[in-house]
Design a protein around this ligand. Structure first.
Ligand code: PLP
Length: 398
């Protein structure tokens, strides 16, 4: 059979990380490749308690019936309170849409705004799956330069003028892959320059609550005076990725369009997941559980930093993020981390090659390391193995 796929599938082969991710089920492999929360941070007891109550308390029909696409009002009210922690105030109910994870927010924004050939500006580098989603809508993806304070505002403005993008996608706090957080001044400037040129911003924030050091910063959305910022956050990293729960906050008209797009995708986010998260928030479980998780993540991040300092070659430098799940680093040496990724697997360690996070795919000396899902001992062992491998490679090219 000749399968006659759509044109939009032509750029999507998922090859970049598929081979690595396939191998990760092997228990001997120490994986720094994914972005999974630590298993012991998943609040099994609380979720079980709530789910039992929901299914036995006469609320079973609410759980088992169809739901509205926008989501349960009681949950959306909780979410309005929740996003105040990102500095987002005065949100009305019809400015909220419950979504099935943050990734759905990226997909719905793309569906609502992108025609073939439209431009999306992204921080260079950025979240791999967002790039794949934009590709699936046949968008043209252009990278914006960034430094430790966030987006290069001059480059952003020039590219807005040059490319007339439909929107800008950014992970403003503890970015994936870099772990960077935009400064408050940078956030203010992004809100103002995009408002000036009538460009939408998609602010993706799955990580801001996972802060181990430093002070929280308000979202870009909190500086939005024109209704051009859509803020998406998710419960995947702070509660459970399996529940597939998130929320999009934006201008009413935009949220209406995203709702229409969602209708055709999954009708609504799972009622069971919505009501579990609603009760979880109502009972005040979220922040105490996050506070229990933070020392685990902090310890793992510190273990990774210590191991990097001990074992990685001098040519390796990295960003020591104040939160999130990743360490991003690169080599000041002509080695190719893409071709070495399968080699690392032979040593039973996995990382993600930096190349896949760049829209142009033209950077081959960077790696992303996840520290959340391996024990301190395995982090030490895995980085030791990687360090030995990279040192040997560097010796070859010297
Ligand atoms: C930057 C970023 N956005 C979105 C997501 C998707 O998360 P969700 O599970 O909420 O769909 C991830 C997951 O790793 C991510 O890193």
């Amino acid at each position: 059979m000749d399968y006659n796929y759509s044109e939009r599938m032509s750029k999507l082969n998922g090859a970049a990380t598929r081979e690595i991710l396939k191998l990760l089920t092997r228990p001997e492999i120490i994986s720094f490749a994914g972005g999974f929360p630590a298993t012991q941070c998943l609040p099994q007891k609380e979720v079980q308690e709530i789910a039992n109550e929901l299914l036995s308390e006469g609320r079973a029909t609410e759980v088992l019936q169809y739901g509205t696409t926008e989501g349960f009002v009681s949950l959306r009210q909780q979410l309005i309170e929740y996003v105040k922690t990102a500095g987002i105030e005065n949100v009305e109910l019809d400015q909220t849409l419950v979504i099935s994870g943050g990734q759905q927010g990226i997909d719905l924004m793309s569906k609502a705004f992108l025609d073939k050939g439209d431009v999306v500006l992204v921080e260079n580098p950025t979240y791999l799956t967002a790039l794949q989603i934009f590709d699936s809508y046949q968008a043209k993806i252009i990278g914006v330069n960034a430094d430790k304070n966030g987006l290069d505002i001059e480059d952003l403005e020039n590219k807005i003028i040059q490319y007339k993008p439909k929107f800008i996608y950014c992970v403003s706090t503890f970015s994936n892959p870099t772990g960077k957080t935009y400064s408050i001044a940078n956030r203010r400037q992004i809100a103002s320059v995009t408002a000036k040129y009538n460009v939408m911003v998609l602010e993706d924030d799955p990580y801001s609550k996972l802060r181990f050091e430093g002070e929280p910063v308000p979202s870009i959305k909190s500086f939005d005076t024109q209704g051009n910022v859509v803020y998406v956050t998710s419960f995947s990293k702070v509660l459970s990725p399996g529940l597939r729960m998130g929320v999009a906050i934006g201008n009413k008209e935009v949220i209406r369009k995203l709702t229409i797009c969602k209708q055709g995708v999954d009708v609504s986010t799972s009622n069971l997941s919505q009501l579990i998260v609603c009760e979880y928030l109502k009972r005040g479980y979220l922040f105490p559980n996050i506070n229990k998780s933070l020392p685990i993540y902090r310890e793992r991040k510190n273990a990774m930093i210590d191991a990097i300092n001990k074992y990685m070659p001098d040519e390796f430098s990295y960003i020591n993020a104040e939160g999130g799940l990743f360490i991003w680093g690169g080599f000041d040496a002509p080695i190719n981390t893409t071709t070495l990724a399968p080699e690392a697997i032979k040593h039973d360690v996995a990382y993600i090659q930096g190349q896949v996070f760049y829209p142009c795919g033209d950077v081959t000396n960077m790696i992303r390391l996840n520290f959340s899902n391996a024990s301190v001992e395995r982090i030490d062992l895995g980085i030791h193995r990687l360090g030995d491998m990279f040192k040997a490679e560097i010796a070859k090219v010297k």
